[in-house]
Design a protein around this ligand. Sequence first.
Ligand SMILES: Cc1ncc(COP(=O)(O)O)c(C=O)c1O
Length: 413
Amino acid sequence: MSDGSPINELDVAALREEFPILAREAYGRPLVYLDSAASAQKPHAVIDAMSHAMEHSYANVHRGLHLLSNEATAAYEDARKTIAAFINAGSPDEIIFTSGGTDAFNLVAYAMGVADISEGDEIILSLAEHHSNIVPWHLLRDRKGVVLKWIDISDDGELDTKAYRALFTARTKLVAVTHMSNVLGALTPAKQLAAIAHEYGAKILFDGCQAGVHGRVDVREIDCDFYVMTGHKLYGPTGIGVLYGKKSVLAALPPFKGGGEMIDMVTTEAVTYNDPPHRFEAGTPPILEAIGLGAALQWMNAKGIDAIAAHETRLKDHVLEELAKFIFVRVYGQAPGKAPIIAFAVEGAHPHDVSAILDRTGVAVRAGHHCAQPLMKRLGVTATARASFAAYNTHEDVEALIAGLKKTHEMLS
Ligand SMILES: Cc1ncc(COP(=O)(O)O)c(C=O)c1O
């Protein structure tokens, strides 16, 4: 996902100073935070942008004619512009602020269900989806009688594009697939998947909640209809997500939620709706959270998306190399170009016990089904441990994980 220009080296020691939480300890040991795929820590740039807005320029947006409302509106809309540029959208009007990734999937499922989808129509999903890109489609199936079809994946998490093509029929309305698995770290061939979907007249939505963090995303290059990201994994706050929608696609969609600001006119008899993106932002939006997310993406741009990705790749290579030396560890997913999201099992140990023991050594990893039960079933497990890396992680963090795993194995075998 790099544009080929030289990649700067990340100054990780200096960058870590920007994350106040990384200075704290866990059980008297240095904190080794390896759970960024669940939620990333926040740099001063984000904390300060949100505090500054609260201390200096806070009011409701779009509604007032006074100074503070104008300043808050400008900051909120600037964040929209930053996000549009971050994913190379054609216009900020193609960026809808949601309360998170989950809210964005529900928006599309609801609105397409009203506008575009009838009983017997088909939606294609993959077995690697997060529940937030599965359950809204089950709800739509229950509401409208749509048929859900599933693309299988390889053990490494790669989608079989031949099998994918074979799923399309004249009834296929939408493909909703991940751009990067939150368990296996595998990137899907987004541009190819979008081209095939469009050949069959279907729309395509990508879950970019992980892919948006680990490399450049260009929604126009991919040529997708929808792209979803979530703020808290992008070093931004919780309570904010992004739905990108192609202008022509959004123009044809009805609203998801009703309330203030999303209307053109309301009478006692009828309502007419505002244009996108405001049509999809009912009520007071997450103003501070949007400002925080804008600051987070500016922070990522300043560090360099390619520099962050190159650093994370080195960490991933390091950890995979070390884990390969352990016959008692099994890593799930080794696709080429995989992100620094490492799901693994320790022989004879439940993932929860692995996580609990690592935690006592100061190493925070996740354990469980990672909101991906169909993927767990495909892998033949009920849970895994998962270590995930971000811009602020170091090779010392990798070594702490490896030392913790040795200890775990000794204790549990
Ligand atoms: C791949 C993926 N999709 C969607 C989500 C849902 O995002 P949120 O919980 O922020 O709504 C997550 C979060 O874990 C994720 O990893």
